[in-house]
Write a protein that binds this ligand. Structure first.
Ligand SMILES: Cc1cc2nc3c(=O)[nH]c(=O)nc-3n(C[C@H](O)[C@H](O)[C@H](O)COP(=O)(O)OP(=O)(O)OC[C@H]3O[C@@H](n4cnc5c(N)ncnc54)[C@H](O)[C@@H]3O)c2cc1C
Length: 564
């Protein structure tokens, strides 16, 4: 048995910032476990930037930021949490800038800010179009400087708790093989999102399979607002790889096959810079109604040609590189073919405004958590902010808790359980292939739980998800070695997605309204009377999913019609 006082699971932005704040505020024994090497976490792929009101953001205020966030969330965000996040914005930006993040600057040397979707002021701080990359590298280097202990290439399997407190976790050592019990007083889950459930068309890294979220579900604990998945409007047409919102922030146009800037029909004021749910629906509608571009009419054109080569090279170098590499199009000369792509999980582990779960000592931060600061639709640039603010807050909460928490002895049952599960996968003579089933899962999610949804299609989709879950019992891991068994990891990740998919589908069917990213053709309007509430879902021991609801925290901003 390995023993620490605090274990942070995840080496992305949330995990590393949490580790840093823990290391600097305690002499307790802390470790970060991560399945990929920290600098390969998905945070490194974040391009466009991070929102915050800085001292030189003239006219802007944390209150305006909070209002934009709440309105963007279609009034489902908890306003006490949004308040905390927006007020802490400047503090975390200056903190990471002082630690070395090379933010792009204005001519006067202050941190530059660009306009982003749904924001009433330009408040997105950026480092060219590689913001997440610079943040991740800087935080990792700072963690090394502070002697943070890393268990790299360790895979979280299960969470151990006694119904009141967390007692430890189990994890698979990828390098050497073997299930280990890690005893700890506090656990901060920072395992990232689960948009990979839309396997075939997503902007997400291969590893964004919601492992921590699925472990929480299997531990009998609640997930919140899982029906809300964000489709980013601009994924490259062929692959779903992201083109940052910064491309529209810098002045890019969206055009249909007639060359029309169609956003004027959907969001006349904000145009291309309306929030993501609205732009994604507009694009999908143009495609569905026959105004898409290309020989099959299945994409829309993102036109940057009027920005000029110099601006594109300075502000959007990675966008140009990706368009040339993956789409064969140079945005300096031609528009980029794009279509919506599954991008972000608004839902996740149910936490309160300080990142606490119903189990003492168990916290969640970053994309795996649903605090909720994003409600039904996240604004671009608010996730990196959420990652840092809650990385820091959960660190301070965990330190406080672990300092005083009583000793408990975790039972070995979970270790035995996980060993048996892994042995069964290795010894299975099942005929189902993970690669095929995973593709099917992605197709079902996209077809039945995509940008637009409706009851009969979703019910059919849920049946298919249960069938996939049944068939997933017969997958086989072909590699029987213990060391670096990537076949086994692929299986464990896939099984996590299989557990999470119905947790998205069940509340999606029951939420009979359209709100934020959840757009129902059969219920096109928001229904505050019946659905101004969070969905909460649990997995029961008999394998069924149990849905309940809980109230939204409303403070300064009463729900109003959402117009842009
Ligand atoms: C292409 C792209 C661009 C984006 N651009 C922006 C942007 O410009 N601005 C913005 O605000 N947001 C952006 N986002 C969203 C934002 O980047 C993410 O929400 C955020 O970085 C998530 O950070 P995280 O620390 O929660 O998780 P991640 O960075 O995804 O890290 C997850 C960590 O958990 C670990 N982990 C996962 N499962 C296990 C397991 N079973 N065992 C052990 N470890 C595990 C992984 O190893 C990894 O270290 C973007 C997202 C994408 C996909």
């Amino acid at each position: 048995m390995i023993e620490y006082d605090i274990v942070i699971v995840g080496g992305g932005g949330a995990g590393l910032y949490s580790a840093l704040w823990t290391a600097e505020n305690t002499i307790l024994k802390v470790a970060v476990i991560t399945k990929v090497y920290p600098t390969r976490s998905h945070t490194g792929a974040a391009e466009g930037g991070i929102n915050a009101v800085l001292t030189h953001s003239v006219g802007d205020s944390p209150e305006a930021h909070a209002y934009d966030t709440v309105k963007g969330s279609d009034f489902l965000a908890d306003q006490d949490a949004v308040d905390i996040m927006c007020k802490m914005g400047a503090a975390v930006i200056y903190d990471i800038a002082h630690r070395g993040v090379p933010f792009s600057r204005r001519p006067d040397g202050r941190i530059a800010q660009r306009p982003f979707g749904g924001a009433s002021f330009p408040r997105t701080c950026y480092a060219a179009d590689k913001t997440g990359f610079y943040i991740l590298q800087t935080l990792y280097e700072q963690c090394l400087k502070n002697n943070v202990t890393f268990l790299n290439e360790w895979f979280l399997l299960s969470i151990i708790h006694n119904g009141e407190r967390v007692e430890g976790i189990t994890a698979w050592d990828i390098r050497n093989g073997g299930v280990h019990l890690i005893k700890t007083k506090a656990v901060i889950l920072a395992t990232g999102g689960h948009a990979r459930v839309y396997w075939n068309r997503t902007s997400n890294a291969l590893g964004n399979t919601g492992d921590g979220t699925a472990a929480v579900l299997r531990a009998g604990l609640p997930l919140k607002d899982m029906e809300f998945i964000q489709f980013h409007p601009t994924g490259l047409a062929k692959t779903g790889i992201l083109v940052t919102e910064g491309a529209r922030g810098e002045g890019g146009y969206l055009r249909n096959k007639e060359g029309e800037r169609f956003m004027k029909r959907y969001a006349p004021e904000k145009m291309e810079l309306a929030p993501r749910d609205i732009v994604a629906r507009a694009i999908q509608t143009e495609i569905d109604e026959g105004r898409g571009c290309g020989p099959n009419g299945d994409y829309i054109c993102l036109d940057l040609t009027h920005l000029g080569e110099e601006k594109i090279n300075e502000r959007l170098p990675q966008t140009r590189e990706h368009a040339i590499l993956y789409e064969g199009v140079d945005p300096v000369k031609e528009p980029i073919p794009i279509a919506p792509t599954a991008h972000y999980s608004m839902g996740g582990i149910d936490t309160d405004k300080l990142g606490r779960t119903p189990i003492k000592g168990l916290y969640a931060a970053g994309e795996c958590a649903c605090v909720s600061v994003h409600g039904a639709n996240r604004l671009g640039g608010n996730s990196l902010l959420d990652v840092l603010v809650y990385g820091r807050l959960t660190a301070l909460e965990a330190v406080k808790y672990a300092d005083e928490a009583p000793e408990t002895t975790p039972s070995l049952a979970k270790v035995k359980d996980d060993e048996r599960r892994i042995l069964e996968l290795m010894e299975s003579d099942g005929k189902e292939k993970i690669a095929d089933l995973r593709k099917e899962l992605g197709n079902v999610m996209m077809k039945h739980f995509g940008v637009f949804r409706e009851e009969s299609s979703m019910k059919e989709g849920l049946e298919k998800l249960y069938e996939i879950k049944e068939r997933a019992k017969h997958i086989k891991v072909y590699d029987s070695s213990k060391k670096f068994n990537t076949d086994l990891i692929t299986a464990l990740e896939f099984l996590n997605l299989v557990d999470l998919a119905p947790a998205i589908a069940v509340p999606a069917i029951e939420r009979k309204e359209s709100r934020g990213a959840h757009a129902r053709k059969d219920f096109p309007n928001r229904d505050d009377k019946n659905f101004l509430k969070h969905s909460v879902i649990k997995l029961k021991e008999d394998g069924s999913y149990e849905l309940s609801w809980k109230p939204v925290v409303i403070k300064k901003f009463p729900p109003e019609e959402r117009k842009y």
